[in-house]
Design a binder for this molecule. Structure first.
Ligand SMILES: [Zn+2]
Length: 73
């Protein structure tokens, strides 16, 4: 369904740190204890509402155009 940079199959990735997961066990370990294993989430939680990867997707889709200065469009 997903692939990492080397073309290996993954079950998904972390929206916060963009880490690739190769099994659901890995996902659960990463998300356990308020995502204690995710450095990006620990750094960014409480500061903004949106994971950086998701924000980049929205920007790519043009959904966040209004939040950027006109000269960056
Ligand atoms: Zn993460």
């Amino acid at each position: 369904m997903f692939m990492d940079a080397e073309g290996n199959k993954t079950v998904g990735f972390c929206l916060w740190c963009n880490r690739d997961f190769y099994s659901m066990d890995e996902v659960q370990t990463h998300n356990a204890d308020d995502m204690a294993a995710c450095p990006s989430f620990q750094e960014l939680k409480g500061q903004q509402g949106m994971p950086p990867v998701l924000q980049a997707m929205f920007e790519d889709a043009g959904l966040l155009d209004d939040t950027r200065p006109a000269d960056e469009k």
